[in-house]
Design a protein around this ligand. Structure first.
Ligand SMILES: Nc1ncnc2c1ncn2[C@@H]1O[C@H](COP(=O)(O)OP(=O)(O)OP(=O)(O)O)[C@@H](O)[C@H]1O
Ligand SMILES: [Mg+2]
Length: 207
């Protein structure tokens, strides 16, 4: 049995997060003192007008960009103090899905290779095992296994975002940061992708 504290365990803790970008007109305060917690299994939405720093906050949590200041903890590990090796491990546990699936998927790679890439980067499984996992992941996001041999230009926005989701799931992450994953899609497709994310969240206990 899971002890009850575990159920309400903080997965992410952000305190006083600050990110300044130097620009020609001086310093741009993209994120200026943001604090929040995310409990395991919870869905947290960051809402605000365009340019208020939502994407920057998401990228800081994964340290895809370096925060200027603040505290970030993931499972009580200090993300800000992590070295290369620890960050590498962290990026197995956290994944990000971007707004524009066209821009975030390499057009010169086959879909199967795009989905398997995180496994290759982290040196997980044999070629055959990775192929099997890609087939399984495609099934999980509602796509045909044959799609693995095709390229991204052959797919619709909604299909591409499913591919992005499959890629994000490849390493069995604990946290998925979804940066407006459906805002570039047709309204009719948005609901399908949101439903898919909700189903997968339940099935895999994602946050
Ligand atoms: N690499 C960068 N260099 C300079 N300024 C940046 C950089 N990235 C973001 N900014 C600026 O930081 C601010 C916050 O940007 P961010 O992308 O986080 O906003 P957002 O809340 O995600 O907006 P949107 O809803 O439009 O996606 C904006 O003013 C943006 O122009
Ligand atoms: Mg954004």
């Amino acid at each position: 049995m899971v002890p009850s504290e575990k159920l309400h365990e903080e997965l992410v803790r952000v305190r006083g997060l600050v990110k300044y970008f130097p620009t020609d007109d001086g310093v741009l305060r993209a994120v200026d003192g943001v604090s929040f917690d995310i409990v395991r299994g919870e869905t947290v939405g960051l809402v605000g007008e365009s340019g208020c720093g939502k994407s920057t906050t998401g990228r800081c949590i994964l340290r895809l960009i370096e925060p200027t200041e603040g505290e970030i903890r993931f499972e009580d590990r200090n993300v800000m103090a992590m070295g290369k090796g620890e960050l590498r491990q962290l990026r197995r546990e956290m994944q990000i899905i971007f707004q524009d699936p066209n821009a975030s998927l390499n057009p010169r790679m086959k879909i199967g290779d795009i989905i398997a890439e995180p496994l290759v980067i982290h040196d997980i499984g044999t070629k055959q095992e990775r192929r099997e996992r890609v087939t399984w992941l495609l099934g999980k996001v509602g796509l045909d296994a044959d799609y693995s041999k095709r390229y991204s230009h052959e797919f619709s926005g909604g299909q591409l975002q499913r591919i992005g989701v499959a890629r994000a799931l490849a390493l069995n992450p604990k946290l998925i940061v979804a940066d407006e994953p459906v805002s570039a899609l047709d309204v009719s497709v948005q609901a399908q992708v949101v439903n898919l994310l909700q189903d997968l969240q339940k099935e895999f206990g994602l946050t």
